[in-house]
Design a protein around this ligand. Structure first.
Ligand code: SAM
Length: 319
């Protein structure tokens, strides 16, 4: 479709550096190599080439979600496309899905989710800060236009919510284990939960809470490393720099009922010394034996070490 006024486009140089622009008849892009008037692009097809006043060739495209995510206005740290890409596949976000998100931030994750669920999906997203919701709403509108399938709500995902029946729950909040009870109530049986956290101690607390609940299975944690390659003449090698760390992704699937105590094959406590357990305020194995299955009746304190399920994470069985 040829470019028209109001379109969001990117001017790209041969090194892949992108300059996003909303096209207008009087508009102009200024670069280190001179300027280009938007008129040079209006009515032309995506993929066209223009020259700056300094003679540099630029390519013009509609921005992909990835392009746009890397350029959007940020009020928070964002989840980068390398991670949202894997989240979409591992959490199986599908067209028409109902997705609950906790932690809206700048809306980067929501862009990926909206692209994936499409117009037939439904996305409800909570944040405790109105300025974050406003920032995300602006970013999302600038890319997708109106999105009636998205509801942004001011509130804490750590508290009960009124919505239910979600296929997927995606969390990017500091203490995702505190959102587990809400997520559990909101998810359909077989639904998938994913939490993104930057630190491994958060992963530990979240997976412990998942195990303690006995309400989730197939718990899996991974991180995503992307290594670009330099391809120039005979110089064909990995790039010398890469992003070393962003965050960890933990996934789990909701069971239709809490696991029975007898089906548990692995106790985290067995890997700890008595002193460690005492320091962490863990109940003794005998005492835990007497606790009813499922932790959601057990109050909102930090997750203590309790019986796990199925031997822990699956270390990349098929991959
Ligand atoms: C790192 S940002 C999320 C970034 C977002 N995923 C993105 O890709 O742009 C974390 C967000 O979680 C929000 N937050 C913190 N505690 C929360 C809670 N209890 N419920 C909902 N949102 C919360 C913060 O206000 C912040 O906007």
């Amino acid at each position: 479709m040829p470019f028209k006024e109001g379109d969001l486009v990117v001017f790209a140089d041969q090194h892949g550096r992108l300059h996003p622009q909303h096209l207008s008849s009087g508009g102009c892009l200024y670069t280190e190599w001179g300027h280009v008037k938007h008129e040079a692009v209006l009515g032309r097809d995506p993929g066209c080439t223009v020259k700056t006043s300094g003679g540099k060739e630029l390519f013009v495209f509609y921005p992909t979600v990835l392009d746009y995510t890397m350029k959007l206005r940020r009020m928070s740290t964002i989840i980068y496309p390398k991670d949202t890409g894997i989240m979409m596949m591992w959490a199986d976000i599908f067209p028409g899905a109902r997705v609950l998100c906790g932690g809206v931030g700048s809306g980067a994750l929501l862009l990926a989710v909206l692209r994936q669920v499409g117009p037939g999906g439904q996305v409800v997203a909570y944040d405790v800060r109105q300025d974050m919701l406003d920032c995300a709403a602006d970013n999302i509108k600038a890319y997708f236009g109106p999105t009636p399938q998205l509801v942004l709500k001011l509130g804490s995902i750590y508290e009960p919510i009124e919505e239910a029946g979600f296929d997927r729950v995606l969390l990017d909040v500091p203490e995702p284990w505190r959102a587990l009870e809400t997520a559990h109530s909101a998810l359909i049986p077989g639904g998938i939960i994913c939490a993104y956290v930057p630190s491994i101690v958060q992963v530990e607390d979240f997976t412990r809470a998942l195990r303690r609940s006995k309400a989730f299975a197939l718990i899996e944690t991974l991180e995503v490393l992307v290594r670009n390659w330099h391809l120039e003449g005979r110089s064909v090698r990995p790039e010398q720099r890469m992003v070393g760390h962003t965050g960890f992704l933990t996934f789990a699937r909701k069971l239709d009922r809490p696991l029975a105590r007898e089906t548990l094959t692995f106790s985290e406590d067995e890997t700890r010394t008595g002193q460690e357990s005492a320091e962490n305020g863990a109940a003794s194995p005998e005492r835990r034996e007497a606790t009813p299955a499922g932790c959601f009746s057990g109050g909102g304190g930090p997750p203590g070490p309790v019986a796990g399920q199925g031997g822990g994470n699956r270390p990349g069985q098929w991959r």
